[in-house]
Design a binder for this molecule. Structure first.
Ligand code: ADP
Ligand code: ZN
Ligand code: MG
Length: 484
């Protein structure tokens, strides 16, 4: 019997908050600043005597996040100093929250959260080699530090160890990104380092006992999160199977994207090494009197999962379509506007509109970044014509790009180009009778129950009308005659 191993994963995710200014000073928080060390001041550079003040907007963002995930928003909170030395932290400590996080508990994408706290980001180091911008031997081996990011508000979210596979971990990270963007509190671009994921991973032969965990740091894309977790599970399983489970040690590991492997960085320091203590320069806060929680709650936008539910029950469109709208506020506003313009809230009409938006309009936009969507009014008119059987899907596809640039009635465009489908039942009936007469074998098949055979007759009708017959009507007429 082969032994089964149970993986456990807990995530720690950092995300910069998109505030105007930094967390404890009035320096600009600008992740796109290209010149190093321009957004700095005595406070974030830790000059002696400089005193921090806290950024209320950042705390407000944290409260919104906490409410969105159904966590407990603390009344009492304070900031602590986490002491360690590294060139990218000018103070010799990082201001963070240790005992009293702003948010505790809550749930996101089915994963229980431990806490969400607020801290300040570090600066960024650039280690020069001849391939990373050193001007040859003179500066190779030097490190430069940019403090523009030092002191930028950073949230840290910690999940409970309740994830068991790489897929769920990736889905969680994506949902968090979407939530931060929906709330308008962070851009959370992983490739820019605005959101950074660390995965704690262990496996155990006993589902009720945790194994030793490793922490994989600096995972900078969703796919790398998935790959690193899968790799660790494989590595640990192999060690167990080789009888070398004792070689799994609690440590920090990095990800080598070229090799597709994790590698050991250092064995982990424990909390007491940091000598946390409350920052004496910052006030202790009572959030419930500092903020109107009811007001903040009332002002929350529609959350991704709420939108999913509403779209499912109101519109009955495909889950992939819903996901396109949930991740793109501009697109969903367009879709909702189109739906509001339909005189009848017909399910078929809505589904048809959604199909053309998520496949054709998005497709046109992907192939041409200049592409501007047609106005919702004209688009709604076009979809109504299609739904009434006046336009084939081919015709709709042809008209869409014209509609976007010419801003004219889709009906006029269709008429000009002879794209209006023939819907005259009498004319179609005549053609249908001819085709039925020429295809007795197919007709027999249909009569004996092979319904799908009718499509070959529909095809012939389209051909003999040069594609202008309404295929649905053609099919109805054929069936009516055959089954009479
Ligand atoms: P540490 O003290 O090492 O920082 P914590 O208990 O604070 O550990 O947890 C840090 C993260 O590791 C959390 O996301 C938690 O869910 C996760 N974690 C804890 N134990 C395990 C484990 N055995 N396997 C996987 N993840 C774990
Ligand atoms: Zn500053
Ligand atoms: Mg910890």
């Amino acid at each position: 019997m082969t032994q089964k191993y149970y993986p456990t994963i807990g995530l720690e995710i950092h995300a910069e908050l998109a505030t105007e200014s930094k967390m404890f000073c009035s320096c600009k928080n600008n992740p796109d600043e290209e010149h190093p060390n321009v957004n700095i001041c005595p406070v974030c550079m830790a000059h002696p005597g400089a005193l921090p003040t806290f950024n209320k907007k950042a705390i407000e963002s944290m409260i919104k996040i906490g409410m969105a995930v159904g966590g407990n928003v603390a009344d009492f909170t304070e900031f602590d100093r986490k002491n360690y030395f590294y060139p990218d932290i000018p103070k010799g400590y990082q201001i963070t929250q240790y005992k009293f996080p702003i948010v505790s508990g809550g749930e996101l994408a089915g994963v229980q959260l431990t806490r969400i706290h607020l801290e300040e980001d570090t600066g960024t180091s650039k280690h020069l080699s001849t391939t990373t911008g050193a001007d040859d031997k003179k500066t190779a081996g030097y490190s430069l530090v940019d403090y523009n990011r030092a002191g930028v508000p950073l949230m840290e979210l910690v999940t409970e160890p309740v994830i068991h596979d790489a897929e769920t971990a990736m889905r969680f990270a994506k949902e968090l990104q979407l939530l931060l963007r929906t709330l308008g509190v962070g851009h959370a671009n992983m490739e820019k380092g605005e959101m950074r994921v660390e995965a704690n991973i262990s496996i155990s032969p006993d589902p009720n006992v945790f194994g030793t965990k490793v922490e994989v740091k600096n995972l900078n894309s969703f796919s790398v999160v998935g790959k690193a977790i899968a790799y660790e599970i494989k590595r640990m399983t192999a060690l167990h199977e080789a009888g070398r489970a004792n070689e799994i040690v609690q440590e920090t590991r990095g990800w080598n994207d070229i090799k597709g492997e994790t590698f050991s960085q250092r064995t982990k320091e424990s909390a007491h090494d940091y000598r946390y203590f409350p920052d004496p320069d910052l006030p202790k806060l009572h959030l419930h009197s500092l903020f109107s929680l009811d007001e903040l709650k009332g002002a929350l936008p529609e959350l991704p999962w709420e939108k999913r539910n509403r779209y499912t029950s109101e519109y009955g469109i495909k889950p992939e379509d819903i996901e396109s709208y949930v991740t793109d506020i501009v697109l969903s506003a367009y879709f909702e506007k189109v739906v509001s313009l339909f005189s009848e809230k017909d399910a078929e009409l809505i589904v048809l509109a959604s199909n053309y938006i998520t496949s054709d309009l998005i497709g046109l936009q992907k192939s041409n970044s200049e592409f501007v969507f047609p106005t919702p009014e004209l688009f709604a008119e076009l979809i109504t014509l299609a739904n009434d059987g006046l336009l084939s899907s081919r015709a709709v596809k042809d008209i869409l790009p014209i509609l976007a640039t010419e801003n004219r009635s889709p009906k006029d465009i269709a008429e000009e180009r002879g794209l209006i489908q023939k819907n005259d039942p009498e004319a179609l009936k005549k053609i249908a009778e001819e085709i039925i007469e020429k295809n007795p074998a197919v007709v027999d098949q249909i009569r004996s129950g092979k319904e799908t055979a009718i499509m070959s007759l529909v095809g012939q009708m389209m051909k003999s009308t040069n594609g202008s017959a309404n295929p649905k009507l053609a099919q109805d007429i054929l069936r009516e005659i055959i089954m009479k």
